[in-house]
Design a binder for this molecule. Structure first.
Ligand SMILES: [Mn+2]
Length: 394
């Protein structure tokens, strides 16, 4: 049997307030083409479907459309939530999804059979059991007694030992269900010592040791880390498929991909990756304004962050850099990184001083130069607009 493993879609993610919906639609079209061309028996999606717990409606529409396109192509999918997802929200897809073989396993429960999705090969000659472990938030795993009053170390140990038990129970149930089928486990978890891509949210995600991953299944499909990678030190083949777009500048210039898994009962699975080509590249370029302007042709299909070097720039050139197509952020290189107090005024309380004065001081501190009066006037206008806006609740 053949499966396509993809993960960390993060639909609804913007970059510096720029929508990425078109990129998401393009990369989903690419993934669906791969699934059709490779004649996969199912697509496995290991969490972080949405970027936020309350995604914009457009994001929900894109996800529904993508899963419907797969269903229309006759390709079943198995979907679990990640740490970004709201399990309740994914559960709302379930009643309709079940009708078209979009299998959503939104919650971890004691009802082990509900965590297992059977998939048949296109020719019905082989079958697979897919065991699903949706993302386990420490709050839902630890009882009040285990959480309260215990140190981080103790809580981590309890969490890990419970997750290990859940994996064991899941695999036992899979074997009870069908001992001769292809066996695959889906999970969204931070496996200790794996490499971050850059765009992951790390708060309140406890690490799990690679040694706790199930040993006697053919493939463990993982979500959470955005850099595609093989998990070393496991008895089963285990991989992070990684995100499908470069999610933020930490992931710039990373090649994104999906995994293809060929698995037959009783034999080791073969895994290959297929590079994704859609979506814009995230680039960071540093140099003088002149040097950046000379590279502008590279920025047409990219999101670019510019780090301007402090010398030889004029406001006009900086403005030209700022308005280049693709440029979404411009920062100035720190001259030497050393903070320097500004004379007498630093002794007065910040709240007592006008915003334009604070701005001028900050500018002088960072740039070793008096700000252009036009810049101070612009700051003043924007500051007033923003202050009025926030007072009226806009
Ligand atoms: Mn993620």
């Amino acid at each position: 049997m053949r499966f396509l493993h993809t993960s960390d879609w993060h639909v609804g993610r913007t970059i510096r307030n720029h929508s990425r919906s078109e990129e998401h639609q393009a990369v989903f079209a690419e993934i669906i083409d791969i699934a059709k061309r490779e004649q996969v028996d199912a697509v496995l999606v290991t969490g972080d479907i949405f970027h936020e717990r309350r995604p914009p409606l457009e994001a929900e529409e894109i996800v529904a459309q993508t899963l419907a396109d797969l269903a229309r192509a006759g390709i079943p999918s198995v979907v679990i939530p990640g740490n970004h997802d709201d399990a309740f929200r994914l559960r709302t897809l379930k009643p309709l999804g079940d009708l078209v073989r979009v299998h959503v396993v939104a919650d971890f429960t004691d009802d082990l059979p509900s965590l297992i999705v059977p998939i048949s090969a296109r020719d019905d000659k082989e079958s697979a059991v897919i065991g699903c472990l949706p993302y386990l938030h420490p709050h839902t795993v630890l009882t009040a007694a285990e959480g309260a009053g215990n140190s981080e170390d103790v809580r981590l140990r309890v969490y890990q030992s419970k997750v290990q038990d859940y994996f064991r129970a899941l695999v036992e149930e899979m074997q009870r269900r069908n001992r001769t089928a292809v066996s695959i486990v889906l999970a969204h978890a931070h496996i200790a010592e794996c490499e971050f891509g850059g765009g992951e949210w790390r708060s309140s995600v406890f690490p799990v040791n690679a040694a706790f991953l199930p040993a006697h299944v053919q493939y463990v499909a993982l979500g959470h880390m955005h850099k595609p990678q093989v998990i070393p030190g496991t008895k089963s083949q285990a991989r992070y498929a990684g995100s499908i777009l470069q999610m933020d500048f930490g992931e710039r210039e990373q090649q994104k991909s999906v995994c293809l898994i060929d698995a037959h009962p009783g034999k080791p699975a073969t895994v290959t990756t297929i590079d994704l080509t859609q979506g814009k590249a995230l680039l960071r370029r540093s140099g003088t304004a002149e040097a950046i302007l000379a590279q502008a042709a590279e920025f047409t299909n990219a999101w670019v962050e510019i780090v301007l070097q402090p010398d030889q720039r004029t406001l006009e050139l900086v403005d030209q850099v700022r308005t280049l197509p693709g440029v979404i952020a411009v920062r100035f290189e720190e001259p030497d990184g050393k903070e320097e107090r500004i004379g007498e005024s630093a002794n007065r309380r910040i709240g007592d001083r006008p915003a334009t004065e604070l701005f001028s001081d900050y500018y002088k501190l960072k740039r070793k130069n008096e700000p252009d009066p036009r810049l101070v006037a612009l700051f003043d206008r924007l500051y007033r607009e923003e202050s009025v806006g926030s007072e009226t609740g806009e």
